[in-house]
Design a protein around this ligand. Structure first.
Ligand SMILES: C[S@@+](CC[C@H](N)C(=O)[O-])C[C@H]1O[C@@H](n2cnc3c(N)ncnc32)[C@H](O)[C@@H]1O
Length: 265
């Protein structure tokens, strides 16, 4: 069926005379296979509308031409620009600081203090104090599907509050996501009021300063966190080149809820 967007028709269904033309359902399969994400039926109309606008903006005339362009550029590796534009059409990047109060309370009162103690002891037993040997304690935490970074920065703030001598530690707090626009915002570390829905005024004033575009994260907290692109569906782990190994804690919240069953299993 031809869809009118603006003044130019876009062919969205496969051409019946060409058996290898891409259909919307094949596009949905491609998204599920590549990223794990299942677009629910109630969201497919919106995706279709957004795809039509995008296809038109690219000067193409059919969904098939668009899919061919994706494939021809061999940008299946989700870092490609074309794929990034597509990713921004279907990913849900909703997030905020200290989002899940139950999880935050467990981290703050139990998991992080236990890890802190265990890793501190480990560094002492590895070194030989009599010989003046001292091993820096390490902590490696991963926010998988970190979106614009609020979860990873929440971890950094919790650690800074907990570990008085955090400068003497080797701490990795890594945030990864398929959406590179979200990663770019995470790296900027500037947030609107909406990201502070469940942040106490004390924490906000201690770790953020006013900025013309909102609130900017404290540079010391910013420096504790590293962001990089990553696709949970296609990358293999441990990933030594990406520092995703020997992790003490992985947070992966509100990511698998968008995945299809096969991708989770
Ligand atoms: C709703 S946000 C969750 C952010 C944060 N974890 C939280 O709970 O607030 C979901 C994020 O998962 C990312 N995502 C979806 N599929 C992914 C995949 N295959 N690999 C990595 N990230 C993915 C999306 O781009 C999006 O930014």
């Amino acid at each position: 069926m031809n869809q009118m967007i603006g003044d130019r028709p876009i062919l969205f269904e496969p051409n019946p005379q060409r058996s290898d033309d891409f259909s919307l359902s094949q596009m949905l399969d491609l998204i599920a296979d590549t990223f794990g994400i299942q677009i629910q039926p109630q969201h497919q109309d919106t995706l279709k509308k957004n795809l039509l606008t995008h296809i038109r903006a690219l000067g193409l005339s059919s969904l098939n031409d668009y899919c061919q362009r994706l494939m021809a550029r061999n940008q299946l590796i989700s870092g490609g620009t074309e794929w990034q534009d597509l990713i921004s059409l279907f990913t849900v990047t909703e997030t905020y600081f200290f989002r899940d109060q139950g999880q935050i309370s467990l981290l703050k009162n139990q998991l992080l203090p236990e890890l802190n103690e265990r890793k501190r002891q480990l560094s002492l037993t590895h070194g030989n104090a009599a010989n003046g040997e001292f091993y820096r304690p390490t902590l490696r935490l991963w926010s998988a599907g970190c979106s614009t970074g609020e979860e990873a920065y929440s971890l950094a703030i919790l650690l800074k509050e907990l570990i008085f001598d955090y400068h003497a530690w080797d701490i990795l707090i890594l945030g990864t996501d398929i959406n590179q626009s979200a990663i770019a915002l995470a790296e900027q570390g500037i947030y609107s009021e909406w990201s502070f829905r469940t942040t106490t005024p004390e924490i906000k004033s201690r770790y953020f300063r006013s900025h013309k575009k909102g609130w900017e994260i404290d540079p010391a907290i910013r420096a504790m966190v590293t962001f990089q692109p990553g696709n949970l569906m296609q990358d293999s782990y441990p990933a030594y080149a990406g520092s995703i190994h020997d992790l003490d804690l992985i947070l992966c919240r509100n990511v698998f809820i968008y995945f299809d069953f096969n991708a989770i299993a």
